[in-house]
Design a protein around this ligand. Structure first.
Ligand code: HEC
Length: 155
C-alpha cells in the first residue's frame, strides 16, 4: 500500500517536471537534481471500454462530493478547475467539449485512449506527458464526471 503510494508520488513528480513549461522546468532543475529520464513502467490496470454513460438531472449531490474527494487526492496535482493548463488541461468546460463516454474512458482507460483516440493524442502532443493510469474504477469515474458537471455550472 505505502510502496504503491510512494511509486505514484514518484510518477507524479516525474510527470510534473516533464510537462510544466520549459521555464518552470528549468527553474525546478536548478533547485533539485534532475530525476532520471528513464521511463517508469506504469501500473497496468485496464478497465474494459465503457460504451454508455447515463447522465441524470438534477445532479447527484453525493456523487459530486465523492467526485470532489477523488479529484482532491488523485487529479488536483495535474488538473485545475479553471481553463488554465497545469500538467494536463484545466477542467473548465470539459463536460461541454467532451462526451460523457469519452470522459469515462479517458479516466478509466487512458492507455487505450492515447493509443486510439485522435483527440486524446492531440492533447498528448500539446502536453508532452502521458496522463498516468490512475486506477480509478468506473463507479468512481462516474462520480468525478458528476463533479465536473457541477464545476461547469450544472445543478
Ligand atoms: C500526472 C498528471 C495527471 C494526473 C494525476 C491526472 N491527469 Fe488527467 N491528464 C493529464 C494529461 C497530461 C492530460 C492530457 C492528455 C495526455 O497527454 O495524456 C490529461 C487529460 C485528462 C482529461 C482530458 C481533458 C480534456 O480537456 O479533454 C481528463 C478528462 C482527465 N485527464 C481526467 C483526469 C482525472 C479524472 C484524474 C484523476 C483521477 C486525472 N486526470 C489525473 C495529466 C494528469
Amino acid at each position: 500500500m505505502s510502496g504503491k503510494t510512494t511509486f505514484l508520488a514518484a510518477l507524479l513528480m516525474i510527470a510534473f517536471l516533464a510537462c510544466t513549461s520549459r521555464k518552470e522546468a528549468e527553474d525546478a532543475a536548478k533547485k533539485s537534481p534532475t530525476p532520471s529520464e528513464a521511463a517508469t513502467p506504469q501500473p497496468e490496470v485496464h478497465g474494459t471500454e465503457v460504451k454508455t454513460v447515463e447522465l441524470t438531472n438534477p445532479l447527484n449531490k453525493e456523487w459530486v462530493t465523492a467526485g470532489k474527494g477523488i479529484y482532491d487526492t488523485k487529479c488536483l496535482a495535474c488538473h485545475k478547475l479553471t481553463n488554465e493548463k497545469l500538467v494536463g488541461p484545466g477542467w473548465a468546460g470539459v463536460t461541454k467539449r467532451r462526451e460523457p463516454v469519452w470522459l469515462i474512458n479517458m479516466i478509466t482507460n487512458v492507455d487505450m485512449m492515447l493509443a486510439t483516440d485522435a483527440e486524446a493524442q492531440k492533447m498528448l502532443e500539446e502536453c508532452l506527458v502521458r496522463m498516468p493510469n490512475q486506477n480509478v474504477t468506473q463507479e468512481d469515474a462516474r462520480k468525478i464526471i458528476e463533479f465536473m458537471r457541477e464545476n461547469d455550472g450544472e445543478k
